[in-house]
Design a binder for this molecule. Structure first.
Ligand code: G3P
Ligand code: CA
Length: 238
């Protein structure tokens, strides 16, 4: 079972920052997950929330700020003063550093069919020749459809919340997805059997304690996301 750092290694680094991603790999993770949105001037920027308020020293919506302004923000101090001065990563910067090192899960962080986001992310991934190492996921299946229409080779994972299981299976079939990304609470023998029948692997979020990680491994889950990739790796090796 693969261990994927959720936004990097968020137990000990500020989420969605370069040190968080590096830490996940140091901890033995096979890769990491991150969230991408567009700045006001169309640059793909790595950040989870719609606003910068929680994870930087700034305020306002990501979509309302230009890349240069976003890059001036401090994305580390909110977590711990020792990380003062960390910048929000640009997708290009992340891919330059990590795309030949590990599995990457790029979450298109939108609830709508956002063509600009899809095209800019796909262009960046292609520029870095990373189409084989990046799995694109999104709660917006319309967004994944736009991606599929533009790349038959892109690896697609269908993210969903537990009450959307039926739709997720249909979307996975339509999209030619290889993976389903349910919450851990939805993963049981029944779901595993259904996925096996449909030829889908499960990448599930998030497991942070050892017993849960082992439960998922024993069920046959292909990948687990964790905020604490070191603990997840330890659960599988001890
Ligand atoms: O990809 C799994 C997980 O990242 C989805 O939830 O809110 O952490 O982006 P969220
Ligand atoms: Ca995410």
């Amino acid at each position: 079972m693969l261990v994927i750092g959720h936004r990097g290694s968020t137990v000990d680094r500020p989420e969605n920052t370069m040190p968080s991603f590096a830490r996940a790999l140091e901890a033995g993770a096979d890769g990491f997950e991150f969230d991408v949105q567009l700045s006001a001037d169309g640059a793909p920027v790595v950040i989870h929330d719609e606003t910068v308020d929680r994870t930087t020293d700034g305020s306002g919506s990501v979509a309302g700020l230009e890349a240069a302004g976003l890059r001036r923000l401090d994305a580390g101090s909110w977590f711990d003063p020792v990380f003062a001065g960390l910048r929000l990563p640009l997708l290009d910067e992340l891919l330059a550093e990590f795309s030949d090192r590990c599995t990457l899960n790029l979450e298109l962080k939108t609830e709508q069919a956002d063509l600009a986001l899809v095209e800019r992310c796909l262009a960046a991934v292609n520029r870095h020749e990373a189409l084989e190492t990046v799995v694109f996921s999104s709660f917006s299946w319309d967004c994944l459809q736009l991606l599929r229409e533009r790349s038959s080779a892109a690896r697609v994972g269908v993210l969903y919340v537990p009450d959307k299981e039926e739709g997720a299976f249909e979307a996975a079939a339509t999209l030619g997805a290889a993976t389903l990304h349910p919450h851990v609470s939805a993963v049981d023998k029944k779901l595993m059997a259904r996925c096996r029948k449909a030829g889908l692997d499960i990448w599930t979020w998030n497991a942070n304690d050892e017993a849960e990680v082992r439960r998922l491994r024993d069920l046959g889950v292909a990948a687990v996301f964790s905020d604490d990739p070191a603990a997840a790796v330890a659960a599988l090796t001890n």
